[in-house]
Design a protein around this ligand. Structure first.
Ligand SMILES: *Cc1c(COP(=O)(O)O)cnc(C)c1O
Length: 398
């Protein structure tokens, strides 16, 4: 059996989404900016897709959604756009973010630091959650942007976006949230929160890879990253990938309908909990950051004495795909920065396994995965000399 439990890295394209995209490769392939039927003929479907995106995050008609290549581009365009507008061409000097953002945010902020911008990286608490009060404490007169993710890709922890939005609004500071891991997992509503910029990637919610979006609240602007043609109202030049845009629209609709979100909170959460509780029956295992306030599909578990990379290899041999944490960070054996941010000892940081489910996982798959994981732990602990002689228990180390 093959079981894919790495849906926070990317997801399968929903077959309905794939069907929706097909005509735009060899039938309706015209450039959408052309006036003839081949091009302009794509407009109704593009508009429909855009509407699905607006509905999916409850954007107001006057707000903007810019189609981009992915969340990485969207995030870079927000952070660097604000840098140009508010810091290079304005009187601001400072950006606030967290220590546990995706590398797209962290690396963009590090780049700005190299250009002389002051960046505050706020730590998370023992539960892996950023406290809104920390944002309030660090906002200054010269703060140009607050950028805090909606949900964390490693732990699934959900951050207090509504409170942070209120704090930013009161201080008059633009607020960006990377909602890549939140869309399709929890309700994302830009009118209910004071989010000014919101970014996402289609392939994290069963859309295609290589397409994403940037939400921009009415009254907020963005200096474009890509200059060229007049596409996207001049906010993002380059011929739009119509197939991908249409696919992302339908994927958003399917992932954010009330029924889909209820399914996440019900069925998918139940399967995640079944998997997690079965692993927690193994002695000296813990959920990193604990069980509260998480997206329904994710668990990050530390299994003492079992090195994460060895575990993944063993699982892969048995048909199960998982992750040690961020796919972007797992190529080297450096301890996972998110786990380090919990202030944990380095052993804990090397023993994390992230399991992330989707609506395409079945109960039979979860039962199979439980078996594979239990056998792998037994095998690897048998091989690990450090496990038997570890001086203190895993739990007491926390
Ligand atoms: C995957 C991910 C991204 C980056 O998405 P890309 O499609 O690789 O650009 C950004 N933020 C979070 C939280 C993610 O999970």
């Amino acid at each position: 059996m093959e079981v894919y439990l790495d849906n926070n890295a990317t997801t399968m394209v929903d077959p309905k989404v794939f069907e929706e995209m097909k005509p735009f490769f060899i039938e309706k392939y015209g450039n959408p900016n052309s006036l003839h039927r081949f091009g302009a003929g794509t407009h109704p479907k593009m508009l429909e897709a855009l509407n699905y995106l607006y509905e999916g995050i409850n954007a107001a008609d006057e707000d903007d959604i810019v189609i981009t290549a992915n969340a990485t581009e969207s995030i870079n365009s927000v952070i660097k756009g604000i840098w140009v507008d508010k810091i290079l061409n304005g009187d601001k000097k400072h950006i606030i973010t967290s220590e546990v953002e995706h590398p797209a945010v962290t690396a963009a902020c590090k780049f700005l630091e190299s250009q002389g911008v002051a960046v505050t990286y706020l730590p998370v608490n023992e539960q892996g959650v950023l406290e809104a009060s920390a944002v309030k404490e660090y906002i200054k007169e010269d703060t140009a942007l607050v950028s805090i993710m909606w949900a964390n890709n490693e732990t699934g922890k959900i951050f207090p976006i509504k409170e942070i939005g209120q704090i930013c609004k009161a201080a008059g500071v633009p607020f960006h949230t990377d909602a890549t891991q939140a869309i399709g997992k929890v309700k994302v509503d830009v009118q209910d929160t004071n989010v000014d910029y919101l970014t996402f990637s289609a392939h994290k919610f069963h859309g295609p890879k290589g397409v994403g979006g940037t939400y921009i609240r009415k009254g907020y602007t963005l200096t474009p990253l890509l200059h060229g043609g007049e596409q996207m109202g001049g906010l993002r030049a380059g011929t739009v990938d119509v197939a991908s845009m249409v696919g992302m629209g339908l994927a958003m609709k399917l992932a954010t309908s009330p029924i889909a979100l209820a399914h996440e909170e019900g069925h998918i959460k139940r399967l995640r909990d079944k998997l997690e509780n079965a692993i927690l029956e193994i002695p000296e295992t813990i959920v990193i950051g604990g069980k509260e306030n998480r997206t329904p599909n994710t668990t990050l578990i530390s299994i003492r004495g079992v090195e994460g990379e060895s575990m993944l290899w063993d699982l892969n041999q048995n048909g199960v795909g998982a992750s040690t944490g961020s796919a972007c960070a797992s190529e080297d054996l450096e301890a996972n920065p998110v786990m380090n941010a919990f202030g944990s000892d380095s052993e804990l940081a090397h023993t994390g396994v992230r399991l992330s489910l989707s609506r395409f996982n079945t109960e039979e798959q979860i039962d199979y995965a439980i078996n594979v994981i239990k056998n792998a732990v037994e095998r690897l602990r048998g091989l690990s000399s450090s496990y038997a002689y570890a001086p203190e228990s895993h739990k007491s180390a926390l």
